[in-house]
Design a protein around this ligand. Structure first.
Ligand code: NAI
Ligand code: MG
Length: 356
């Protein structure tokens, strides 16, 4: 029995989570002995409306006491003007990651064969692409100290600090080395070691760990070059390891190679409870219209089955079902192509569910 805390959140969050729940129920029917207990909690802007805070204490306790968390998305224009600590991203998402101690964020950029023409890049550049970005998630400049002061001349000075310790680098690098070992044996560690002291430490620590992984081929790449290589020849990469802010930017870039942000899942690991979420936001422009692509969230469920519940067969079956539905020509609006059949959020989830 696995207990999953559902945080639908805002915008399209509730719609894509409903699609994922449909698939979880189908997994339960197909795999004897597998049972999910689902409980839902308020989170994000809608939680702030209901309770006055975007991360209510009861929600946090539910998340900490379950086996995994499945999150939709948070935020939207309605909450943009709130004081910073009440804003869904800063007041809910960052503290949730910190409390769960999920220091390793895994974002796979995979091209489904049926979508090789859906990318903005040429088919030959992206066809067969399978890159895993491992982003450090609970350290670095996003969690550093922030300082703002007005200067005597009336100007403003801000200071943000970037800190990393050896231990923080080792634990996330280990996740990346282990993944590379299970995949194609190649790890690219991305930093800015020509300029930043934190990157020099990053490079030293990762290089030293390579001795424990003789079967993994390690190379180092500067972040600006990596950004260029990702659009030039992305298939050179297997696992990409990087710190928090570089990873934020590079993983969005890598995601776009696959055609739509609506396709890409993520897993955040490291603590007792894994956090799973699509990489997209709350998409207020399409919320409530049954047009959002639920596949990113459904593939996040597959990652949950694999990483938190050790059910690789069930995870594979979800991924195969997604692939089949795409091969059969079903598309949500964001990945629609000529001659294909357009379906809504709910129907897409149902089509995947019956193919498990
Ligand atoms: P977004 O990811 O919500 O939307 C970007 C574009 O992609 C929009 O045109 C949207 O319609 C489209 N899109 C996103 N997900 C889709 C899906 N599943 N199917 C089809 N189309 C999809 O990013 P945006 O517009 O920058 O942010 C909107 C709100 O979401 C903001 O309040 C932002 O802060 C928040 N946000 C929340 C995140 C989270 O909860 N993890 C992550 C990113 C943004
Ligand atoms: Mg981002």
């Amino acid at each position: 029995m696995y207990t999953i805390t559902l945080l639908p959140g805002d915008g399209i969050g509730p719609e894509v989570i409903a699609g994922a729940v449909h698939v979880l129920q189908a997994v339960q029917e197909q795999h004897t002995g597998v049972r999910f207990v689902l409980r839902e909690a308020p989170f994000g802007g809608s939680a702030c409306d209901q309770t006055g805070t975007p991360l209510p204490e009861e929600t946090l306790q539910l998340c900490l006491s379950g086996d995994a968390v499945l999150l939709g998305a948070v935020g939207g224009p309605k909450w943009d003007s709130l004081p910073v600590h009440l804003r869904p991203e800063v007041g809910a998402l960052l503290p949730l990651r910190k409390h769960l101690e999920v220091f390793a964020n895994l974002r796979p950029s995979v091209i489904f064969p049926a979508l090789a023409d859906a990318s903005t890049l040429k088919r030959e550049v992206v066809e067969g692409l399978d890159v895993m970005v491992v982003r450090e998630l609970t350290g670095g400049i996003y969690f550093g100290t922030k300082h703002r002061e007005t200067l005597p001349d009336g100007g403003v000075k801000v200071v943000e600090t970037l800190e990393y310790t050896t231990a923080e680098i080792v634990r996330v690098a280990r996740v990346a080395f282990d993944l590379a070992r299970q995949r194609r044996g190649k790890l690219t560690s991305v930093d800015k070691a020509n300029v930043l002291e934190s990157s020099r430490l990053w490079r030293e620590v990762v290089s030293e760990m390579a001795g424990e992984y003789p079967d993994v081929e390690l190379n180092h790449m500067l972040v600006d070059n990596c950004a260029m290589q990702l659009v030039r020849y992305p298939k050179q990469f297997d696992v990409l390891l990087t710190e928090n802010m570089f990873g934020d930017i590079l993983s969005d870039q890598a995601s776009q190679l696959t055609g739509s942000i609506g396709m890409l899942p993520s897993a955040s690991l490291g603590g007792k409870v894994g956090l799973y979420e699509p990489i997209h936001g709350s998409a207020p422009d399409i919320a409530g219209q049954d047009v959002a692509n639920p596949i990113a969230t459904i593939l996040s469920v597959a990652m949950m089955l694999r990483f938190s519940f050790n059910l690789p067969e069930a995870a594979n079956s979800v991924e195969r079902a997604v692939s089949r539905v795409l091969e059969e020509g079903y598309r949500t609006a964001d990945i629609m192509q000529p001659g294909m059949r357009q379906v809504g959020t709910k129907e897409m989830a149902e089509l995947i569910g019956v193919r498990l």
